[in-house]
Design a protein. Structure first.
Lengths: 259, 275, 338
């Protein structure tokens, strides 16, 4: 069918458009040259090694990792009870609460970062790390709530009643019966939130400080001054890492059904 | 009743945190834009902001690029999504993975390819010179075109996923029914597919539009200080010029724009009377 | 004193409307009592209030001499079987059944003994490591029953446990339930909207309507001698007419009914199988005709509205629109004064 052919061509074009750049980044990352000449004059692992050895990148990577893990864990701790309350109880003002808690998805990140820096960090003289953490947690809560809520809504309520009638308190019933059955969603939420935090730029822009920077911010700063393939190499590593991540979790958990 | 109280207790921590560490600081920031020296309220700052032609230019440019990118995303996304929705179940996971993957990768990495392609020594320039179309490297980076392309590549997956989701929820055989009633491909699309997937289109469009307006990394890397968008302008005002007044104004503009688009979306989707 | 006493029990879902209003009920130990009625009559509300899953708005619940109204549901030692079984999807049969015993910290050896015994009792030996998703409806139901029974509760509540099973399985499971109840001597409260089920299972039936008890009696009495119009209608007396001054009334019309009736009769009713179509002093027009296998069911339009009666297959030659006579005899009638 002619229409089918046109659609399929567009699909291939679009996929090329979306994924082609990754190929380009790989090629640039494995470049052996001094500059961003493309196509690269030669190929080597030189920039990959340089980037892996660089102190500032390693520090920034650790910071991003720490922030990502802690912020995600806290967001899940705060967000899971919310998802439970929204799906199980008839709350007054439920719509308003949902609005407030998902507002971080609507407000541009840079404004959040700026606001936090000026009104929270500066006011209470909080350490930079704390400021970053707070910003990321606020950003991640809606992800946690959304994904866990979607799973809770599909879990029947009567199994909790059954656990209660067999002798468990409501709290124990949650841990023994609800949590094991939403485990997949919680893990999916964890991955999603972690990746969001790791790649975050706008919120972190104003919240980083001397000595403490997240990896994306560090990369941006580096790009302003140098024009060598080091960032390409770093990007290559990140992309490979993300690809492996997504593949593994899709294979193991079928994450796409939680999106 | 007991249950209601438990519900409030469960929601409290997240709510308090979000209010204290997010909403209140943001609100304070936004309110500042309406305050003028002396503690009074007024719109002077906004007037001053739009009085500067550079600011106006940035504002209009942001809108312009956002609209262009959104339209392009629709035009490219629809046919691609239609094909994607028809993909055999075996390859669906792979297809979804390919569409989701870009979203999981840092915007820096994704935008980087364009720097490589459009830079002075980049692929396009090399090709142009090799083909004899120009003698010296063209300035392709740091242009609106570069920002447009970069943003399109960044945000197209959002449109795709929304549309694929909407297309998959089309009642089965609806297009076949239209065909048996005599409609050709174009008519079927206009009268059946389009109205039924309207919501996916609107959701996708909203995501793309707000994504453009609130983008930072791509305009920063591909537009630079010469081609500013609202967020890069904001950053410049704060970190370079320490002009917090203007920064607050920009913040208000950004928030108003995103809220309006989201409110518009809600109104349209609720008028569809979905359960 | 009765084993389970409900005294002026009121409960419901909103703040205003009580779905069950000041209900009184006494249940003896070892009895199987059914709460029977249409949806919305309050039977499930009553059950959930007894379980503690719904708050008591008013009244007392006394179980084995103890007022349990204020006790949280997990401390009442009441077993419950849910309509949709509510098996824990992440646990296999063994762990589902052992759940309550583990919470009570029963020692491992005794736990194993009890679980094995109950699995054998419900006929599921060999299924111990199956997950709920790998079992049929009937099997899941038996696991749900075993799980509730193994904790040796004082009272067992069953909320329409068989309604999700197909007809044949339902009859089978019904007999199983009755057998197990008799063997263990457990006091059971059974909620259903299916009158056949209630009649077959129960020691006594509570017919409910609008949050109140319409009639409480043994199955034979409920079936043959309902006391109110609602119960009569529910139990199959499809022809119910007002009676005044020697006539049967329906809206503006009436038919004479000369036979003698008890003094305070306000309503007379017949089951369809007690109205003979083909002979009698009344007549009507055939509205519809339905073949039932060994009889034919007729709905007739008469002076007092629609009347449903039966005729033997051989004798039923009338079609829609035909005039046919029918008889209303006093000896087959039900006389109501409510």
């Amino acid at each position: 069918m002619k229409e089918g052919l046109f659609s399929r061509c567009m699909l291939w074009l679009v996929l090329l458009f979306l994924l082609g750049p990754f190929a380009i980044v790989f090629m640039a990352g494995f470049s052996g040259g001094e500059t961003l000449a493309f196509p690269p004059p030669s190929y080597s692992l030189r920039w990959i090694f340089e980037v892996l050895a660089a102190d500032e990148f390693r520090r920034a990577f650790l910071t991003s990792l720490q922030i990502g893990l802690v912020a995600t864990a806290v967001a899940l701790l705060l967000g899971t009870p919310v998802a439970y309350a929204l799906s199980r109880t008839r709350m007054p003002a439920m719509a308003a609460i949902k609005q407030v808690l998902t507002s971080p998805l609507i407000i541009p990140g840079m404004i959040v970062g700026l606001g936090l820096m000026r009104y929270v960090v500066l006011q209470i003289h909080a350490p930079v790390f704390a400021g970053l953490l707070i910003g990321h947690i606020a950003l991640l809560i809606p992800y946690a709530v959304r994904v866990v809520y979607a799973s809770l809504v599909n879990l029947r309520v009567d199994i909790e009643d059954a656990a209660v009638m067999l002798g468990a308190s409501r709290l124990r019933s949650f841990f023994m019966v609800v949590l094991p059955n939403i485990r997949g969603a919680v893990i999916a939420a964890f991955f999603l939130a972690f990746v969001t935090s790791f790649n975050q730029v706008p919120v972190s822009l104003f919240l980083t400080g001397p000595g403490i920077s997240t990896l994306p911010i560090e990369m941006l700063g580096h790009m302003e001054n140098t024009f060598d393939p080091s960032i390409a190499a770093l990007s290559t590593l990140l992309v490979l890492f993300t690809m492996a991540f997504v593949l593994v979790t899709e294979r193991v958990l079928g994450i796409s059904k939680y999106m | 009743m007991q249950k209601k109280h438990v519900g409030i207790l469960l929601v409290m921590p997240a709510l308090v945190f979000t209010l204290a560490c997010f909403l209140l600081p943001v609100l304070a920031l936004l309110l500042e834009a309406f305050q003028i020296d002396g503690g009074a309220w007024g719109l002077q700052r906004f007037v001053a902001f739009f009085g500067d032609p550079l600011n106006r230019q940035v504002f209009l440019r942001t809108l312009r690029i956002a609209v262009l990118v959104t339209l392009s995303a629709v035009l490219l996304g629809y046919p691609a999504a239609q094909a994607a929705a028809k993909v055999a179940p075996r390859y669906r996971g792979l297809m979804l993975g390919m569409m989701i993957l870009p979203l999981m990768v840092s915007p820096i990495a994704r935008t980087y390819a364009w720097i490589v392609l459009l830079g002075r020594n980049g692929a396009v320039n090399s090709a142009l010179q090799a083909l004899g179309l120009s003698d010296e490297p063209q300035r392709l980076l740091f242009s609106e075109l570069a920002v447009y392309v970069g943003l399109l590549q960044l945000l197209l997956p959002l449109m795709l996923m929304s549309l694929v989701g909407a297309l998959e929820n089309l009642p089965r055989d609806v297009t076949h029914a239209a065909a048996t009633l005599g409609a050709n491909a174009w008519q079927t699309f206009c009268k059946v597919t389009l109205p039924l997937t309207q919501e996916g289109l609107i959701v996708g469009g909203t995501l793309v539009f707000t994504g453009c307006v609130t983008a930072y990394v791509t305009p920063a890397l591909l537009g630079g200080p010469k081609v500013l968008m609202l967020e890069t302008l904001l950053y410049q005002k704060v970190s370079v010029e320490s002009d917090f007044g203007s920064a607050n104004v920009i913040a208000v503009i950004l928030v108003v724009m995103t809220l309006m688009v989201n409110a518009g979306l809600k109104r349209i989707s609720s008028s569809r009377s979905k359960v | 004193m009765s084993y389970l006493q409900l005294q002026q029990l009121s409960s419901g879902y909103g703040n205003n409307k009580a779905a069950v209003n000041q209900l009184d009920l006494d249940v003896e130990q070892g009895e199987l009592i059914s709460l029977l009625g249409p949806s919305g009559c309050g039977k499930t509300t009553t059950m959930r209030a007894i379980a503690g899953l719904l708050e008591l708005q008013h009244g007392r619940i006394v179980l084995d001499g103890e007022d349990i109204g204020k006790k949280p549901p997990n401390k009442r030692n009441i077993g419950m079987v849910f309509q949709s079984y509510a098996l824990f999807p992440h646990l296999n049969v063994w762990d589902n059944i052992a759940f309550g015993l583990r919470l009570r910290k029963v020692p491992q050896a005794i736990l194993r003994q009890k679980v094995e015994a109950v699995i054998a009792a419900v006929g599921l030996s060999g299924f111990e490591s199956r997950l709920p998703a790998q079992m049929s409806g009937g099997q899941q139901q038996r696991v749900a029953l075993a799980r509730a029974v193994v904790i040796e509760p004082k009272l067992l509540l069953l909320d329409e446990p068989l309604s999700n099973l197909d007809a044949k399985l339902r009859v089978q499971m019904r007999a199983e339930l009755r057998r197990i109840q008799r063997e263990l001597g457990i006091t059971m409260l059974y909620v259903t909207h299916d009158q056949e089920e209630a009649l077959a299972l129960s020691d006594r039936i509570v017919v409910m309507n609008g949050g109140k008890i319409e009639q409480l009696d043994i199955p034979e009495t409920i079936f043959n001698a309902p006391r109110t119009r609602f119960v009569a209608n529910f139990m199959g007396f499809e022809n119910l007419f007002e009676y005044r001054d020697g006539r049967l009334h329906h809206e503006a019309h009436s038919l004479p009914f000369g036979d003698s009736v008890p003094g305070d009769t306000t309503c007379i009713g017949w089951r369809p199988d007690r109205i003979q179509v083909g002979a009698g002093q009344h007549s009507g027009t055939v509205l519809s005709r339905g073949f039932l296998g060994d009889t034919v069911e007729y709905v007739l339009q008469t002076a007092i509205g629609p009347v449903k009666g039966l005729a033997a297959v051989g004798a039923s030659i009338w079609r829609e629109g035909d005039q046919v006579s029918f008889a209303l005899s006093a000896k087959d009638a039900l006389f109501l004064n409510q």
